[in-house]
Each structure stands twice: as structure tokens, then as C-alpha cells.
Design a protein around this ligand. Structure first.
Ligand code: NAD
Length: 473
């Protein structure tokens, strides 16, 4: 561990103490103050569009500005403003009915802020995935410490600077550093730990949180399938799937990971996917709207997966591009792979890049079996013109979320909870669900002078008998 990392670990321990004290002094942050916090987040996004895009571009070596504007900045602004708009309603205690035998009295659920949140973010949407959980935490009236990814140092530094300009450290603090800092961070006794990243590290985070019984949300990854049914026009499916797969060059947790196509039509589907990619980018190597892979290590991993498939006899299709230039700029061209052996890495690991295997299925049951025999994916996409067919696919599988005839964009609907299930995650956020993550549903039963437990207390008499007899009938 470097000196800088040791310092960060000491610093974060002390900040946690300071934030806990500050929370104690302002336990029920007012609606007005929470709205002001959210307005600051929206403002820091609006005022720094170029700086944010440039930092992410520097980290990726090439990140399409359009993708950063849409997938990072606008997303966070919408999230902050949606939260501010609905906050008053979400903060209201929820009245529940009181059974007759417990009347009179009022029962309700308070939504109390849990305290200090720890938020760990990955590199693929380094701004959005740090700030969207922060929006939820601030909306809920919590304080927060963020630990962004070490793979995006320029963005992490910028987040630290912008947060420092708008928030006191006892309300929001940013801790930078790599896995060692991440590990120490997740061992802290937060009131909630919110982690976004790989399933592998998610397991370690869950263990660390369990040591302190810290409640944890895990936003993880997985292999999200896109099922094309025979009824759906291949060209339309290819346009939709290619868009979702190539956004941020496939470095998206909910990108379609593989395609299940009707048997005998795999070639047609593969050709359509390559044709759409070719039409979108004249040459991915030199086009700045096609993002690079985040690091040499991640580039090499994708490159090796493709070569392993090729060596095993798979068919690898790519649009025309300058291969030497693509390599020099750390770009993996859009790649469609057919005839893959079942044990190839491309079918076993989350791909997380612009590489798309196409597999054939004989019957829809076979396609849903393929999905349900594996870990539950973070998203499932089905392309069909028949609603009953869509329902059949949903009924036979389980996934974090679903897109019917669309992909990716389900996560931009604020009122849809976003999260995985099993290996793709636990818990969810966005909109009110995010507010709930950082709030405690606190049950309150408030009676007046008369209290019904008197009827149930010893010495047991006729009243007790009457009440229990009625309930056992
Ligand atoms: P990662 O798990 O390697 O790293 C994520 C964060 O965890 C980083 O900040 C890192 O420093 C920290 N970390 C690393 N080792 C740690 C440890 N031992 N203890 C605690 N923290 C540690 O993930 P990544 O490679 O940055 O992100 C890619 C993965 O994230 C993919 O699997 C993707 O599907 C998933 N992802 C999921 C979502 C979602 O919302 N479900 C969103 C984006 C990415």
C-alpha cells in the first residue's frame, strides 16, 4: 500500500466520525435543505459539462462526448430534479390502518434517514454511478462518502473538486484510491453501503459489510441476453441491439451480452448487426463517437477472448476498419461471433465490450431454458410483435429488469427500480426506490390514554377469552 493510500485510509476514518457527529446534530434534514442539496448537484452538472466530458475522455483516451452528456450528465440532472420534485411526497409518513381490536390509535411508517452512506463506484460510467447513488442518499437526508474508481483518475479528481466546491466534508466527502482503499472503505461502519461493480468484488464487499452488519446494496453485472423471436423484423432488432451494445463500446452493465436468434437465421442476424455497425461508423478506429476501451488490461482481455474464439473455430465478423489504428487507439471494433464452442470465455464471462455472440435456438422454451439455467442476468431483452410471447419469456425467466423491443433505456425511467437479482445484484435504486434505500421504514403505533394491551394482560379474564375466541374462529 502506498503512502498516499495509507493517508486516504486514515482520512476516511476521521471523516466518518465527523459525518456521524454532523448527522446526529441534523438528524431530520428539512425538505428545503434536501432540495437545496439536490439543486447543487444539478447545478454542478450543468456548469461543468465540458470539464466532466473532458475528464472522462482523458480517462478512456476516447469517450464519445455525446455518450458522456447523455449517459452521465443528463442522467444525473434528471435524477436530481425528479427526486427534488417528488421528495415532499416521499418524505411523508405513510398511514396504515389499525385493526379493530387495537383501536383507537394511529399507525404509520416514518421514513427516517439512516445516517452516513458509503458509496463505491466503478469506472464504466464514472460520474453517473458515483452521483446517482449520492442523489438518492441526499434526497433521503443522509450524509455520504464516495469512493470512485482508480481506473478513471481524472474523473475521480474532478468529482472530488466539484463536490468540495459545493458541499462541506462533513456532509459529502470523496475518497480516492484503488482496491486497498476500497477494501478499507468497505470495512467502515457505515449506516448503509452502496456498491456498484463486478460480481467478484461484490462478494468481498458483502462479506466486509457483514462483519459490521452494515446493510448493503449490490449493483453488479452479468450476461444480459437479447432474444429475437421469429415474428420480429431482424433489421429493427439489429438496429436496437447494436445501439445498446455499442454505446460506450459495450462497457455498460446492461448492454446486451449475447443474442439468441431462431435456428437457421443466425447468419442473417449477424450480417444485419454488422451492417448496422458499419452504417453508424465509417471507421471506428478514427471516429471519436466510438469510445475506446478504458485500459490496456481491459483491451487485452477482450482481444484475447476474441482470439480464443477464433482459434476454437468460431466465425468472427467485423465492419471494415483500420486494424492498426484501432489497436493504437485501444478500440475493439464491433464484433459479432458465430459458431462458438459452449466453453468459450465469451459465453462464460460477462463480456463488457463491443463483442456479441449470436446463438441459435430451436424453440422459445429452449431459449428461455438457456437463460434460466444460468445466473439471473441484470437485464433481459426480448424482441417480439406478440405480447403473449413476451409474457411467456418473462414468465419462464428472472432478471433484474426487462426491455421489450428495446434495451438499456429501461434504466432511464426514474420510477422503475434499477437493480439485479442473485449474482447480478441485490437491492435496487433510482426514483423512490433509491430514496427508500437510504431511509429506514420505521413503524410507529401511537395510541392515546387508552391502550388495548390492557385487555390482553393477566389476570386473563372474559375479555381475553372473547377477543382470542373471535380471532381463532
Ligand atoms: P470493480 O468491482 O473492479 O470495481 C468497482 C469499485 O470497487 C472500484 O471503485 C474499486 O476500486 C473498488 N474495489 C476493487 N476491489 C475492491 C475490494 N476488494 N473491496 C472493496 N472495493 C474494491 O468493478 P469495475 O471493473 O470497476 O466495474 C465493472 C463491473 O461493474 C461490471 O461487472 C459491470 O457489469 C458492473 N456494473 C454494474 C452496474 C449496475 O448498476 N448494476 C453498473 C456499472 C457496472
Amino acid at each position: 500500500m502506498s503512502d498516499a493510500e495509507s493517508k486516504q485510509i486514515e482520512r476516511m476514518k476521521s471523516i466518518l466520525g465527523t459525518q456521524k457527529s454532523a448527522f446526529k446534530a441534523d438528524r431530520q434534514r428539512s425538505l428545503e435543505n434536501r432540495k437545496a442539496d439536490l439543486a447543487k448537484i444539478a447545478k454542478l452538472c450543468r456548469d461543468n459539462v465540458d470539464a466532466i466530458c473532458e475528464a472522462i475522455n482523458q480517462d478512456f483516451s476516447c469517450r464519445a462526448k455525446q455518450e458522456s452528456v447523455l449517459g452521465e450528465i443528463i442522467f444525473v440532472i434528471n435524477d436530481a430534479e425528479h427526486t427534488a420534485k417528488h421528495l415532499k411526497q416521499w418524505m411523508k409518513p405513510k398511514k396504515v390502518s389499525v385493526p379493530l381490536n387495537l383501536k383507537p390509535g394511529k399507525a404509520y411508517i416514518r421514513r427516517d434517514p439512516v445516517g452516513v452512506a458509503g458509496i463505491v463506484a466503478p469506472w464504466n460510467y464514472p460520474f453517473q454511478l458515483a452521483l446517482a447513488p449520492l442523489v438518492a442518499a441526499l434526497g433521503a437526508g443522509c450524509r455520504a462518502m464516495l469512493k470512485p474508481s482508480e481506473y478513471t483518475p481524472a474523473t475521480s479528481e474532478l468529482i472530488k473538486t466539484l463536490i468540495g466546491q459545493h458541499f462541506d466534508e462533513d456532509q459529502v466527502a470523496v475518497i480516492t484510491g484503488g482496491p486497498a482503499v476500497g477494501q478499507a472503505f468497505t470495512q467502515l461502519k457505515f449506516d448503509h453501503l452502496f456498491y456498484t461493480g463486478s460480481t467478484q468484488v461484490g462478494r468481498l464487499v458483502a462479506k466486509a459489510a457483514a462483519e459490521n452488519l452494515v446493510p448493503v446494496t449490490l449493483e453488479l453485472g452479468g450476461k444480459s441476453p437479447a432474444i429475437i423471436t421469429p415474428s420480429y423484423p431482424v433489421e429493427s432488432a439489429a438496429k436496437s441491439i447494436t445501439w445498446g451494445k455499442l454505446f460506450n463500446s459495450g462497457q455498460t452493465c446492461v448492454a446486451p451480452d449475447y443474442v439468441l436468434a431462431p435456428k437457421g437465421r443466425e447468419d442473417e442476424v449477424a450480417s444485419a448487426l454488422v451492417a448496422v455497425a458499419q452504417a453508424q461508423f465509417e471507421d471506428v478506429a478514427t471516429d471519436d463517437s466510438y469510445s475506446a476501451i478504458v485500459s490496456d488490461r481491459h483491451y487485452q482481455r477482450l482481444h484475447d477472448m476474441i482470439e480464443e474464439a477464433r482459434a476454437a473455430g468460431a466465425t468472427v465478423l467485423q465492419p471494415e476498419h483500420d486494424a492498426a489504428e484501432a489497436k493504437a487507439r485501444r478500440k475493439i471494433p464491433p464484433t459479432v461471433v458465430l459458431n462458438l464452442p459452449a466453453d468459450s470465455k465469451l459465453l462464460e464471462e460477462e463480456i463488457f465490450g463491443p463483442v456479441l455472440p449470436v446463438l441459435g435456438y430451436e424453440t422459445l422454451d429452449q431459449a428461455t431454458d438457456y437463460v434460466s439455467d444460468r445466473d439471473h442476468p441484470l437485464a433481459l431483452y426480448v424482441y417480439t410483435t406478440d405480447k403473449a410471447e413476451a409474457d411467456r419469456v418473462l414468465g419462464a425467466t428472472l432478471s433484474g429488469g426487462v426491455g421489450v423491443n428495446i434495451n438499456l433505456l429501461h434504466l432511464s425511467i426514474p420510477d422503475l427500480p434499477f437493480g439485479g437479482i442473485g449474482a447480478s445484484g441485490q437491492g435496487a435504486y433510482h426514483g423512490e426506490t433509491g430514496f427508500e434505500v437510504f431511509s429506514h421504514n420505521r413503524s410507529v403505533f401511537h395510541t392515546g390514554k387508552w391502550h388495548p394491551s390492557r385487555l390482553l394482560a393477566p389476570p386473563y379474564g372474559k375479555m381475553y377469552e372473547n377477543i382470542t375466541k373471535r380471532q381463532l374462529k
